[in-house]
Ligand binder design. Structure first.
Ligand code: HEC
Length: 222
């Protein structure tokens, strides 16, 4: 009986030895996996039970009963400081700024044209006369950009209208970044000039060719 047991256990020992050897042969990978599994199992529970609130859970700790804390007054997220008032509001104190806050070149105008055609032309149409496709389908008609009041309006007024909306017009603060809003303002100014330019405003132009205004509205082209 004892010798049988001894034989059995020695067989077992050699089997275990074989398994160990083959594991060794398979490289240390197996051991590594086992060890990392053990580690994962070890911290699993801690990771699950972190002392934190789920979003919008109530709390008895704070007097207002909410676990969500309001930002400290005056908090500004990194990189979002809007210190340059004229640039970000179109206003200098109470007054609309009259000039664009940066130099306008062809790149700015191109950008403004592109953004204008995307965001404004659906209502104001591509010439700014206020007869865009959305208006043709029944939306309230905006005033033409070519009326005297808007031709003489300060640049900051246009910036403000884009930023905060105006009457029936929604605001485009979220869709259009401040610099692009200014680029649009520059382009609207260009549209206004284009509709009120005299032949003599075109340097080196042939006045006989410029005398006749184009009959087609640019709306028909697209
Ligand atoms: C959904 C249609 C719509 C879009 C898009 C739109 N507008 Fe308007 N806009 C209007 C309407 C309508 C009015 C007139 C609002 C009123 O008087 O109640 C208006 C008025 C204006 C005015 C005149 C404000 C004044 O002093 O009378 C300006 C300037 C203007 N929009 C600029 C823009 C610019 C720039 C864009 C593009 C960023 C734009 N709008 C996009 C509908 C639109």
């Amino acid at each position: 009986m004892t010798s049988q047991l001894a034989a059995r256990s020695s067989r077992l020992v050699s089997r275990v030895g074989a398994v160990a050897r083959s594991a060794k042969a398979a490289g240390s990978k197996v051991l590594l996996v086992l060890a990392s599994l053990a580690l994962v199992a070890g911290c699993r529970q801690d990771m699950h039970d972190q002392p934190r609130y789920k979003a919008l859970r109530p709390s008895t700790f704070f007097a207002d009963g909410s676990s969500a804390r309001p930002l400290v007054e005056g908090t500004i997220a990194r990189g979002t400081l809007q210190g340059d008032e004229p640039f970000f509001t179109g206003k200098d104190g109470k007054d609309d700024v009259t000039e664009l806050p940066f130099a306008v070149d062809e790149t700015v105008l191109d950008r403004g044209q592109e953004r204008y055609n995307i965001y404004c032309s659906p209502c104001h149409d591509r010439t700014g006369s206020g007869n865009g496709m959305v208006v043709q389908r029944g939306y309230r008609q905006p005033p033409s950009f070519h009326i005297d009041r808007l031709r003489t309006a300060a640049a900051g007024h246009f910036f403000d209208v884009i930023t905060n909306g105006f009457g029936a017009m929604p605001d485009y603060k979220a869709q259009i970044a401040p610099r692009d809003r200014w680029a649009i303002v520059a382009y609207v100014r260009a549209l206004q000039l284009a509709q009120h330019a005299a032949a003599s405003d075109v340097p080196g132009g042939d006045p006989t060719k410029l005398a006749k205004p184009a009959a087609e509205g640019s709306e028909k082209k697209h």
